[in-house]
Design a protein around this ligand. Structure first.
Ligand SMILES: Cc1cc2nc3c(=O)[nH]c(=O)nc-3n(C[C@H](O)[C@H](O)[C@H](O)COP(=O)(O)O)c2cc1C
Length: 368
């Protein structure tokens, strides 16, 4: 396991790195997870009430692998105990047609310092027929109510959803409003563009999923605002894809200090990219993006200038007299780089200050 501190947590659960093993029913248990290089392993999906256990049994008859146990709670307790002996964080993906078993299991998940993932994602007709999986997305009031009740147990909660089933941004806002800690989005064929939309409208932790097979595909999701990326099919065959992704993530964090740094706004980046924008002096996408985010130009300028007393305030020879207006470290600029060199500021320190500034800029946006 890497010794780089990515500084990631979901709720109060620390996650050693941004790579996640996504649930594959009947396969992703603690022994499978132990052979994979991830920061967070999501075990399951476990069927935890009578209706889902019966649905899983009929799926097994059709040849699908499922976790269908008489006493799912004790299996989950044992599995989480095993995960405690590893250096990965753990979550359990749960399917249930009734709330009570989720509340019971939430207690034991919390005690084991793990994450409960509510499955609002599965699309097997057998599960949907009992109101489970993506079926849950059609009754937002009930979903919000369940989230609120589960959060009463103080467990850290992620909600796994499938994109394109309902209105994705409205869904993410509802999940956040109800108090969940993370949304795990299977983006289907919408990929990074969807992640950007959700990032711009929520402060939830985002786990991006679907078709992540290498560092390049992982990086596309992260640079549009995902906090973590998850892998299912590419992790079934072996550990090679996960190792390649992890080594890219480590390299990025080690060299630029912000593994999920956004793209520039003019290259289509999410709102965090405002941190790399210059003064609003020319006709460029900045004015349109500020308007869309409900941030007044003066507020943008004031927020940038609030960092003038930090090391970003240096750079009298840069285009606008201070590095608060400078671009991403990966874009070549001799004026910025000479300031960094003269003032003995590392690339990592520069990017970490830009990250703090991005957070401050995000807090100015008006959410719909
Ligand atoms: C055989 C199989 C079983 C799956 N079981 C679950 C499950 O129980 N719970 C869940 O949330 N997602 C489940 N998924 C979905 C995956 O976690 C993931 O969202 C999906 O495969 C897309 O990611 P990928 O492109 O990395 O495979 C399953 C996927 C496959 C292929």
């Amino acid at each position: 396991m890497t010794n780089i501190d990515f500084g990631i947590s979901i709720g109060d659960i620390k996650i050693p790195n941004p790579l996640v093993l996504a649930s594959v029913a009947g396969l992703t248990d603690s022994s499978f997870a132990a052979s994979r290089s991830v920061g967070l392993a999501i075990l399951g999906g476990y069927n935890v009430d009578t209706a889902t256990i019966e649905a899983a049994r009929s799926l097994i008859k059709k040849g699908r692998s499922e976790f269908a146990y008489e006493k799912p709670k004790s299996v989950i307790e044992n599995e989480l105990a095993v995960m405690k002996t590893t250096d990965m964080a753990a979550a359990v993906n749960l399917r249930s047609a009734t709330l009570e078993p989720l509340l019971e299991i939430a207690e034991c998940v919390r005690k084991r310092n793990a994450i409960l993932e509510l499955n609002a994602h599965c699309r097997q007709p057998e599960m949907q027929a009992v109101g489970v999986g993506q079926r849950m997305l059609f009754d937002l009031d009930k979903l919000e109510q369940w989230i609120r009740e589960i959060k009463q147990t103080d467990v850290t909660l992620s909600v796994k959803v499938r994109a394109g089933v309902t209105e994705d941004v409205v869904l993410a806002r509802a999940i956040e409003r109800a108090g969940a800690d993370a949304v795990h989005i299977d983006t289907m064929n919408m990929g990074p563009k969807l992640i950007k939309k959700v990032r711009d409208q929520t402060s939830l932790k985002i786990i991006a999923n679907n078709s992540i097979v290498d560092y390049e595909s992982a990086h596309k999701m992260l640079s549009m605002g995902a906090d973590l990326v998850s892998v299912a099919r590419a992790a079934i065959a072996g550990n090679a894809a996960l190792e390649e992704i992890l080594s890219g993530l480590e390299h990025s964090e080690k060299t630029i200090g912000w593994y999920n740094a956004p793209k520039h706004i003019c290259a289509g980046g999410d709102l965090r990219g405002l941190t790399f924008c210059c003064m609003p002096v020319k006709d460029c996408p900045l004015s349109y993006v500020l308007k869309r985010a409900g941030i007044k130009t003066e507020q943008y300028v004031r927020t940038k200038e609030s960092f003038i007393n930090s090391k970003l305030g240096r750079g009298a020879n840069t285009c606008f007299g201070s590095m608060v207006w400078c671009c991403k470290i990966t874009r070549p600029c001799p004026w910025r780089d000479s300031t960094l060199q003269d003032d003995n500021i590392s690339d990592i320190e520069y990017m970490q200050l830009k990250k703090e500034l991005a957070q401050k800029l995000l807090s100015c946006r008006e959410l719909e």
